[in-house]
Design a protein around this ligand. Structure first.
Ligand code: GN1
Ligand code: MG
Length: 360
């Protein structure tokens, strides 16, 4: 029996694929391990990747039907000459996903000759990332929000994340509280700073909500951005969520759990290229949304750091980890970036005002 991962053999995965309307043949599989939540495999036929097969984590995503309806709906509109369409392969039942004894599965088309970047030092990549995120939003800007389900309510809500953090803190062992002491202190300080900033009046949009750099596909040949992947968290939200999440992974040339904080940086040139790429779509944001962008670059790394800290205190029940303290390392690195972004708040506001024009 060919083993693909500890959990699945090639036979298991082929059996799952037979539940979809795809050519019946013996496929090979390669696990893709960048995500923290789902199980993802490249489906290979005659040495060529043809599909992406994914088991959607039902513990994290409780409303699979809503999630798949959101993605199915958005995918139909996410196509243009400068935006590569991804399609869902239907299950034998006709649905967009398969409900199987081992969980919920979906199959998507694989975009040939594409690649992702975990980090970059290249301003052209930063520009392209900005361009494609703007394109994603312009393609979805007229979507009726009512048609999209709120599959993880309050996903980027600071108050919810604060409550979850406090609940975890109340139950955590003294050991963990001591080891994470400086992160706990910073959280409390930052929560006070950020809670004062009111964004309730901003317009809602259909957002991706997980626009980190490695959720963008690039063409290997032209190095242009092709499209966004991983639409699991597609829901209504504010544009500064998508902006902040992208910036935290683009202007910082270190990885998300980098332990050497001297490598964590805020590269101004990458920031400027990113916003130029965004602006190349023409105006599509309201003045108030533009004013919230720099705040998003502080909010998003902080929120992610706080969630990683919460999971560390909860003994790693949410994110996949490969070692005991990985969530704490993620938290410390995200908090370090938060501090560096905070120092650049005025700089960001100036650059944004120069480059991004509001809808008139
Ligand atoms: C999770 O599994 P992945 O990488 O798509 C998380 C995101 C975080 C990300 C950290 C549903 O996404 O919010 O940004 O880890 N997704 C969920 O990189 O919690
Ligand atoms: Mg995701």
């Amino acid at each position: 029996m060919a083993i693909v991962t500890a959990k699945y053999s090639q036979e298991d995965l082929n059996a799952i694929l037979r539940g979809f309307k795809v050519d019946t043949r013996e496929y090979a599989f390669q696990p893709l391990t960048a995500g923290y939540i789902n199980d993802t495999f490249l489906v290979i036929s005659e040495k060529t990747p043809v599909f992406v097969l994914q088991r959607v984590n039902h513990n994290v995503f409780e409303n699979i039907e809503g999630l798949m309806t959101n993605i199915d709906r958005a995918f139909k509109h996410l196509k243009a000459t400068d935006y590569t369409q991804i399609k869902l392969m239907p299950a034998a039942s006709g649905k967009a996903y398969l409900s199987h004894t081992s969980g919920y599965w979906r199959v998507m088309t694989y975009i040939a000759d594409s690649t992702t970047h975990n980090v970059t030092t290249d301003p052209d990549i930063a520009f392209e990332a900005g361009r494609i995120i703007g394109r994603f939003h312009t393609l979805l800007q007229h979507q009726p929000l009512m048609q999209y389900r709120d599959t993880i309510p309050k996903f980027h809500d600071l108050e919810l994340r604060r409550m979850q953090f406090l609940a975890a803190l109340a139950k955590a062992s003294d050991d963990k509280k001591e080891i994470a002491g400086s992160a706990i202190f910073f959280s409390q300080e930052m929560l006070e700073t950020l809670t004062g900033m009111n964004t309730k009046k901003l317009p809602q949009r259909v957002c991706h909500n997980d626009t980190k750099l490695n959720n963008i596909l690039f063409s290997k040949a032209t190095r242009k951005a092709l499209c966004l992947i991983d639409l699991d968290t597609l829901m209504t939200g504010y544009f500064h969520f998508d902006f902040g999440d992208a910036v935290r992974t683009i202007v910082n040339t270190a990885s998300e759990d980098e332990q050497d904080h001297s490598k964590i940086n805020f590269e101004k040139q990458l920031f400027e290229s990113f916003i130029d790429g965004l602006a190349s779509n023409g105006p599509f944001l309201k003045k108030e949304e533009i004013q919230a962008l720099a705040y998003g670059v502080i909010l998003m790394p902080f929120l992610h750091g706080l969630r990683a800290l919460t999971d560390y205190l909860n003994n790693n029940i949410y994110y996949k980890v490969t070692y005991e303290n990985q969530n704490l390392d993620r938290c410390l690195s995200l908090f370090d970036f938060t501090k560096k972004a905070f120092k650049n708040l005025q700089y960001m506001e100036r650059e944004i005002a120069k480059s991004i024009k509001a809808l008139s």
